[in-house]
Design a protein around this ligand. Structure first.
Ligand SMILES: [Zn+2]
Length: 253
C-alpha cells in the first residue's frame, strides 16, 4: 500500500513537472524575469515564445526544432540507468535561448569568457569558461571538490577541456561548448553513443565508467551529465540549472 502511494506521488510529480516554465525562473534567477506557458522574458527584455510552431512528433523534428517547452519536457531527475530509449533530458535544446544568455556569436561569447583554475594530479590547468550566471565560480568550486576525492576517482577529471566554438558532430546545431558552459573530462577513457551507432533512432546499449561521485558534485552546482542520456556522452557536463531547479525535481536523490 505504501509502495503504491509513493509510486502515485512520483507519477504525479512527473506530470506536474512536465515542461514547467517555472524551471527557468528558478534556474536562472538573475537572468530571467518571468516565464509562463506562452512567453519567457529575460531581464534585458528579450522575449521568447515558450512553444514554437511546427510538428514535433518525430524524434528528428524534436531534436532539430526543440523549443523551450521541449527543453524541459524530459525530467532530468527522473533518472534511470540505463536511460530508456530516446530519454535525453537536456539534450533537446532551443539554441536562441543560449545565444541570448551567453552571446549571439563567437565574439560576443568570447567577451564573457574568463580563465579558471582546474586542479589536476600534477598541479592545475587554466580553462576558459563564461562568467555569465556565475558559471566560472561554480566550475571552480566543482574542481576544488573533485580535488578532495580519492585519487582513483580524481583521475576521471584529468584531460579537461571547456570552450570551443563549434557545432555538434554531424549536425548544424551549436555545441554547448560554444557558450563556455560545458566541460569534457577524461576524453580517452569515456564513452560516446556514436562509437556504436550512426542514426539518432538506432537501438544502442549503455556504457559508462565515469564515477558517480564526480557526477553528483557537478549536479549539486547546476550541471547536468551526458551519462544520463540514452545518447550517452559520459565525458560531458553542461550548466543547465533549469533541469535541476526545484520545480523540475522529482527526487533529490
Ligand atoms: Zn562535451
Amino acid at each position: 500500500m505504501r509502495l503504491l502511494t509513493l509510486a502515485g506521488v512520483w507519477a504525479l510529480s512527473i506530470t506536474c513537472t512536465w515542461a514547467n516554465p517555472q524551471c527557468y525562473v528558478e534556474g536562472y534567477p538573475d537572468l530571467i524575469a518571468s516565464a509562463d506557458d506562452n512567453t519567457l522574458i529575460l531581464k534585458d527584455g528579450t522575449r521568447f515564445p515558450y512553444r514554437t510552431d511546427g510538428d514535433k512528433t518525430s524524434w528528428e523534428n524534436k531534436i532539430n526544432h526543440a523549443d523551450l517547452a521541449t527543453q524541459v519536457a524530459q525530467s532530468y531527475r527522473a533518472k534511470q540507468t540505463p536511460p530508456p530509449y530516446l530519454f535525453d533530458p537536456g539534450r533537446l535544446r532551443y539554441q536562441p535561448f543560449f545565444q541570448a544568455l551567453y552571446g549571439k556569436d563567437q565574439p560576443s561569447v568570447e567577451q564573457n569568457l574568463v580563465m579558471i583554475e582546474w586542479p589536476t594530479l600534477k598541479g592545475s590547468i587554466k580553462l576558459p569558461v563564461t562568467k555569465i550566471a556565475g558559471v566560472d565560480k561554480k566550475l571552480y568550486r566543482i574542481g576544488q571538490e573533485i580535488a578532495a576525492l580519492p585519487k582513483k576517482e580524481r583521475i576521471w577529471a584529468e584531460g579537461a577541456t571547456t570552450y570551443a566554438y563549434r557545432v555538434i558532430k554531424d549536425t548544424d546545431r551549436l555545441s554547448m561548448h560554444s557558450f563556455g558552459i560545458a566541460i569534457d573530462l577524461a576524453p580517452t577513457k569515456t564513452q560516446y553513443w556514436k562509437d556504436e551507432a550512426t542514426a539518432e533512432t538506432d537501438r544502442i546499449g549503455y556504457h559508462n565508467t565515469m564515477p558517480l561521485s564526480i557526477v553528483r558534485i557537478f549536479e549539486k552546482h547546476g550541471f547536468i551529465w551526458g551519462g544520463r542520456w540514452y545518447h550517452y556522452d559520459t565525458m560531458h557536463f553542461e550548466y543547465r540549472p533549469e533541469l535541476l531547479a526545484p520545480s523540475c525535481s522529482v527526487s533529490a536523490e
